[in-house]
Structures are given as C-alpha cells and as structure tokens.
Design a protein. Structure first.
Length: 468
C-alpha cells in the first residue's frame, strides 16, 4: 500500500505510463514479434536485454494504470477528455514499435494478399500464398483457413493493395486500423456509461486505458479493436434512437469477428426501452442485419465460407479451460488404453459451447431489462472463458462493456485485477515461453517493482520524517 501522505496526480500517472510505453517499445525492437529475418538469437544478448526491457515497461505501465485508478476514484476525478489525452500519450511510443505479444498481424496481411490474389481464404491457409509474407505467419496457422468475416478481409485486402505487399508499410497500416477501432471504443464508453448510470471516467479508465488495450489492440494490432469499436458505435447509435444504423454497425462488427453477433440481442432489448414494441424491434434488427450481411459479403467478394470456417481448429497448446480439461482427460484415457482418448478434446469443447449457451440464456433472462449493455458484456465474457480458445485480448470482449455498465466499483476492481494479471501472460515474441525466457521476463518485472518501491520510499520519506 502507499504510505499516508503519498500523493498521486494525473501528470505523474501520465509520465509513469509514458516511461513504461517507451521502455516497452524499445525492448520490443529486439524481443518483439519481428520479421523472421530480423529475429536475433536469445544468446546474442540483444534479445535477452529486450525481453527484460519489455517486462520492465509492462510493469511500469500496469503501475501507472493502477495509480490512475486512484485518481479516477478521488475527490477530483479527471474529465473524460483528460483521460483520452493520457491514452494518446501512452499509445504514441507503441505506434512505431514492431508487433508485440502475437504474430497475428502477419496473418492479417497474408490473408489480405490472398484475397487480392483471388485465393479462397476460407479453404486455404497462407501457405497457399507462398513467398516472404507467408513465411512471417506463425507455423501453426500457415495451413489454417481464416475464421474472420468479409468486412475485415475487405479491409485487409484494401491495405494489401495500398501497401503493395511491403511488410513494414502493411504493419503500420494495420496498426492505424486498430487505432481507429480503439478510438471508436473510447468515444463510445462515456456515452454507454451515462446510459447505464455509471461513471464515464471510470469506464474509460477500465475499458480504454486498460493495459490489455495498449499491449494487444495497439501494440499487437489485433482486429478485435475493429470489432469492439464497431460494436460500441452500434450500441451508441441505438441509444440515440437510430436502431437501423445500430443494427448495421453491430452486424459489421460481427462480420469482423463472430462473437459480436450477440450485440444484436442487446439492440433488441434496448428498443422497447425507447418505446418500440418487442416484435417490431426483432423484425427491424433482423432485417437490417440480413441486408447488411448480404451487402457486405457481396462487396467483399469472399462468399459465405466464413460460416464453415468458424470451426477452424485452435492451437494444440491453447490454455482455455475446456482445452486444458480435454487434454487432461485424453491423457488419462490414453494411459488406460481407451480408444476414446481422441474424442476427449472435442467432447469438452462441445460441452463448453453448451455451457456457454446455457449461461448466456440465464444472463438474458435475468438482466436485460436492468441493463442490456451489462448483459452483453457478461455474455461476451462467457464466450471468451468457455470457448475452445482463450487469448489475453479475448478478455476485452466482455471487459469493454462491463467497464461501461458495471453496477458497482467492486465489479470493476475484480475485473481490473484479472486483466492486470493477464497483461503479464504472453511473451512479446508471441511464442511459447521456455525457462530462460521466463527467468528474463520475471527479472524485468522484478526490476521494475524495485524501482517503483524506491521511488515510493523517496516520495514518502519527507512525510514520514515530519510524522516522526
């Protein structure tokens, strides 16, 4: 805990987070998800130092965000505009950094090039494209069809044509697209919070300045930013008595990544609150969603293969609860000599999907009249937790809307604790860790904690001296 008398202000938080982002970006220059020809050996020292620097920066960023939470809860909380300035300052150093914590952005570029080359991305993986761009894709995904919808593939194809297949230009363009998604998220949060009776500043702190947003949506350039930005914009449009526009935007979000389709349920639940009948709400939303799907798919020219591609297999070492239980069950059955061992993982994944459906139905039976936005956040969190694949940035699906509509501060505190821990869960290279990498990461984080403690002691010393 901070000593009595230790003061925290917005500027200190801003500077501490900026320092974290700068060190993080610098470390990513040798330890990030670099192009394969630029990957240094860990034994060279450059990558090792970079890894230490990345985790040093991540811990500083988490600390700045946690301290900012104290300012937001204080007697004179900052305005949403001031918090948006902090978000921009923290994000700027990450703009020119290499991709961090995942190589997915290379897959996006390869898929865009495939669409440009008229290769069916719902049947073939990037290996079919070949060439240097396909070599940048993580090996586990090179022969895997994409599960992304036609809206995102149209964006990726347009960027591929614009950047002419040049990897550095493509990476920057994808990051700009992700930033636009984050900007939509940040614009939607205060409006959703006011509608839900929540504090706009607290919503921005948890939903937009969260380290997961900076590490994975900005630094990682994940397309989840586009999905969430469009989803938030659609909900805001519906609250502004523009239900058709809301349905169009939410459908576009689902045509980036499928989980956003649950947002249509929130739109239907919101309209009766504005005086429209339930039957009319269902018909209007459904018609707008279908028309948008047909139009967007025709414009993208990719067809409807994305529906079947939703069954794209997850990585073999995924750490979702159902995958962990499936692998453990399979190992036990195999040790017993059972022929059922190969079916253990699919069975657990199927059970997870059933449980997801049951939980979501329970959420909507209980909460939609109280707050559809919160119900949607809980539903998306359920999909992320019980689905066959879990990634740290998937937590943002539910967190974004929970931040906007959480009924109490205790909910935000619990969510913040979980997401703060998830910010430390992935190596900057995006690959699986080994013992040496874990040791370096822990060393970087520990060094940051020592520096923070020393700074805290220095700031507290005068107060303690006067007390004595």
């Amino acid at each position: 805990m901070l000593a009595k008398g230790f003061t925290v202000d917005l500027r200190r938080c801003q500077l501490l987070g900026l320092a974290g982002s700068v060190v993080l970006a610098a470390g990513g220059g040798t330890a990030g998800a670099l192009p394969v020809r630029e990957l240094p050996s860990l034994a060279s020292g450059r990558a090792a130092l970079g890894l230490v620097g990345v985790y040093f920066g991540v811990v500083l960023l988490i600390a700045a965000w946690a301290l900012l939470g104290r300012v937001v809860r204080g007697p004179e909380p900052p305005t949403p505009r001031a918090l948006l300035v902090v978000l921009a300052v923290w994000a700027i150093p990450l703009l020119l950094a290499p991709p961090l914590f995942s190589r997915d952005v290379y897959s996006y570029l390869a898929q865009g090039a495939m669409v440009d080359a008229h290769i069916d991305v719902y049947t073939h993986g990037p290996a079919m494209l070949g060439g240097p761009l396909a070599d940048e894709v993580a090996p586990v995904w090179r022969r895997t069809a994409t599960p992304y919808g036609p809206v995102f593939l149209a964006v990726a194809s347009a960027l591929s044509g614009l950047t002419r297949g040049e990897v550095p230009a493509g990476l920057f363009a994808m990051r700009v697209v992700a930033l636009l998604g984050v900007a939509l998220m940040a614009a939607a949060l205060p409006k959703l919070a006011r509608h839900s009776g929540a504090d706009p500043a607290a919503a921005l702190w948890l939903g937009a300045l969260n380290p997961l947003v900076l590490l994975h949506l900005v630094a990682g350039a994940h397309n989840d930013a586009v999905m969430l930005g469009l989803l938030g914009a659609g909900l805001v449009a519906a609250l502004g008595r523009r239900p058709v526009l809301g349905a169009v935007l939410v459908t576009l979000a689902a045509l980036v990544k499928a989980p956003a389709v649950l947002g249509l349920a929130a739109l239907i639940a919101l309209q009766p609150r504005a005086g429209r009948g339930m039957a009319r709400s269902i018909v209007t939303t459904t018609a707008a969603a279908l028309a948008t799907t047909v139009a967007a798919t025709a414009a993208a020219g990719t067809g409807y293969g994305w529906i079947a591609a939703l069954k794209t297999p997850v990585s073999p070492h995924n750490w979702s609860p159902t995958s962990l239980l499936g692998r453990a069950t399979g190992d036990i059955l195999q040790s017993l000599g059972s022929d059922l061992a190969p079916y253990a993982l699919p069975a657990w994944h199927a059970l997870g999907l059933v449980l997801t459906g049951v939980v979501i139905v329970g959420i909507w039976l209980r909460r939609p009249r109280a707050c559809p936005v919160y119900a949607l956040g809980l539903s998306l969190a359920t999909v992320a937790v019980l689905g066959p694949a879990v990634r740290p940035w998937y937590a943002l699906w539910g967190l974004f809307l929970i931040a906007a509509a959480a009924p109490s501060g205790s909910v935000r505190h619990r969510v913040a604790a979980v997401t703060g821990a998830l910010a430390l869960a992935v190596l900057p290279s995006g690959g699986p860790p080994d013992t040496e990498q874990l040791a370096l990461a822990v060393s970087g984080g520990t060094l940051a904690l020592v520096v923070l403690w020393q700074a805290h002691q220095t700031s507290s010393a005068p107060v303690l001296g006067r007390t004595a």
